[in-house]
Design a protein around this ligand. Structure first.
Ligand code: HEC
Length: 307
């Protein structure tokens, strides 16, 4: 029995832990691989068996009582006495809880109001209701003391702030575990780094940029040609990076800094710049001002890949 209690307490404890700590892993995060799973399954099983045992005993008890009543009724008949059945345990309890006036005494509490045969009785409140009400009054005193005077339990506002603090801490821990490369725009130099450009190509592909600038960067009715030497917003690496990061939303160029990481923006910037002079067929007519890019030839200079 002691063991079962320990198990049940453990179960309740795990539920509590689940409610309190959002940041650490609990039983409910991954119940199937949790080491305590067999323990919980066994205790749930024991609980169900206990419940079944109690229900069956109650049913058996009722059957037994009926038998006893029957024999007593027969005995009374044989002795010629009038048999008055003893009230059962449950009917005694129910009478205590409800304290209802028996049918034959109803006329004592009849208030004399008769509405189409529906009479009004002066019943008092059932004791179970009254005690529940007194209980809430008692509880309110306990509540006020615990929450407002002793301060041993947190109020809703405090609970909220506590949870926000836990979430903030979790967020900080997550951010710390995933350091984001910060691109220092001042030091950014374009190089033909094949690795970076290849990554930039994947960022550019598909719906990200190709839908507005054409898959080969030649431009379409929406976006300008990115392969020529004419730039609306400037063609040096800092300006191209800034254009892609902050966009010109009112002109139809989204701010990609919101959707892409700084590294991805750098990668796609390098890819766009690597398109210079690729001369795709049927490219869009040049827009903006001429900017001659000073492009280092080979990928000997390892660009700020480490940044
Ligand atoms: C919804 C359409 C759209 C998408 C998607 C889009 N662009 Fe643009 N982009 C534009 C438009 C329109 C302009 C021209 C803005 C202007 O006229 O000021 C532009 C301008 C640019 C410029 C400046 C060109 C210049 O001449 O100065 C660059 C660089 C650029 N986009 C790169 C990208 C990259 C890289 C992506 C993907 C990460 C991308 N764009 C996705 C519509 C788009």
């Amino acid at each position: 029995m002691k063991k079962i209690i320990i198990m049940l307490v453990g179960l309740v404890g795990s539920v509590n832990a689940f409610a309190q700590e959002a940041s650490t892993k609990t039983f409910w995060d991954d119940p199937f691989t949790h080491p305590d799973l067999p323990l919980f399954v066994v205790s749930a099983f024991v609980f169900i068996v206990l419940l079944l045992v109690i229900i069956t005993s109650l049913i058996l008890l009722r059957a037994f009582n009926t038998l006893v009543e029957q024999t007593e009724r027969e005995r009374a008949k044989a002795q010629g006495i009038v048999y008055t059945p003893k009230p059962s345990f449950f009917s005694k309890i129910s009478q205590k809880l409800n304290d209802s006036v028996p049918l034959e005494k109803e006329k004592d509490i009849d208030m004399g109001h008769d509405f189409d045969g529906i009479r009004e009785l002066d019943n008092h409140l059932p004791p179970w209701w009254k005690w529940l009400f007194y209980g809430t009054i008692g509880w309110s005193a306990v509540y006020i003391f615990l929450f407002h005077f002793s301060g041993s339990l947190p109020l809703m506002q405090e609970e909220y702030e506590e949870e926000v603090a836990i979430a903030e801490a979790a967020k900080k821990a997550f951010q710390a575990s995933q350091p984001q490369a910060v691109i220092d725009l001042e030091k950014l130099v374009f190089t033909q780094d094949a690795e970076i450009i290849a990554r930039g190509r994947t960022v550019f592909a598909g719906n990200n940029c190709g839908s507005c600038h054409r898959a080969d960067g030649g431009g379409n009715t929406i976006g300008p040609n990115l392969t020529d030497e004419y730039w609306i917003h400037g063609g040096d690496v800092k300006k191209v990076f800034a254009t892609i990061k902050d966009g010109f939303v009112e002109k139809g160029m989204p701010a990609w800094g919101k959707a892409l990481s700084p590294t991805e923006v750098r990668d796609v910037t390098f890819f766009v710049m690597s398109l210079q002079g690729s001369n795709p067929p049927n490219a869009k007519a040049p827009q903006g001002e001429l900017f001659k890019m000073d492009v280092p030839k080979a990928d000997t200079v390892k660009a700020q890949a480490s940044l």
